[in-house]
Design a protein around this ligand. Structure first.
Ligand code: GAR
Length: 210
């Protein structure tokens, strides 16, 4: 089966959405391992509960950023994944690692990229006063949250929204967006071509709305 490695730093609700989709037959894949920079991440508990290998390496136990990343991604590589999914992995990934996994690593980001890269995306959206917000799945490249976007889901920003309310509305769309996008990746209908995302071999004019 198609092998997915998941990188997660925290709660792991996106990981859980993947696991549930596999269990219920909506995603024809296997999670080969879950990898974290935080030993206490609830995502690791979710992995263990599903009998999936879970590994954590804490940055402070290593002499450098690169050494930590080499250890973590060494474990990822040994899981022999077809795809690496960053699902709430909250660390920057260095250029050499990104390069090694180009076209085989995606990230889910809680904004309609290219708007609101980086952290605190819901706060950014509220401060900007946009009427629409959402989430994106994109290929990971060396530019932070800047790789080719595969798919997006939109939500309205409503009067009276605060950060938690908006975050919850977006998260509710992240889970189905991630699963639907993974279905396209697993079936190899979506691939990264030399100049962007391909769907059934044809360049994608705009992100898929899923
Ligand atoms: C999700 O909202 C995800 O989009 C975001 O972190 C959350 C993780 O939730 N990712 C980023 O902000 C990446 N920069 P989860 O642990 O419950 O899946």
């Amino acid at each position: 089966p198609y092998r997915i490695a998941v990188l997660a730093s925290g709660r792991g609700s996106n990981l859980q959405a993947i696991l549930d989709a596999i269990t219920t037959g909506r995603l024809d894949a296997q999670v080969a391992g879950v990898f974290s920079d935080r030993p206490a991440a609830p995502a690791l508990e979710r992995a263990r509960a599903a009998r999936i290998p879970a590994f954590a390496a804490e940055p402070r136990d290593f002499g450098s950023r690169d050494a930590h990343e080499a250890e973590l991604f060494g474990h990822v590589a040994r899981a022999e994944p077809d795809l690496v999914v960053c699902a709430g992995y909250m660390r920057l990934i260095g250029a050499a690692t990104v390069e090694a996994w180009t076209g085989r690593m995606v990230n889910i980001h809680p904004s309609l990229l290219p708007a609101f890269k980086g952290l605190h995306t819901h706060r950014q959206a509220l401060q900007a006063g946009v009427a629409e917000h959402g989430c994106s799945v994109h290929y990971v490249t060396a530019e932070l949250d800047g790789g080719p976007v595969v798919s997006q889901a939109r939500v309205p920003v409503l009067p009276g929204d605060d950060e938690p309310a908006l975050a919850a509305r977006v998260l509710g769309r992240e889970h189905p967006l991630l699963v639907a996008t993974l279905r396209l990746l697993v079936s190899r209908r979506v691939q990264l071509g030399p100049s962007g995302v391909l769907l059934d071999g044809e360049p994608l004019a705009a992100p898929l709305r899923l």
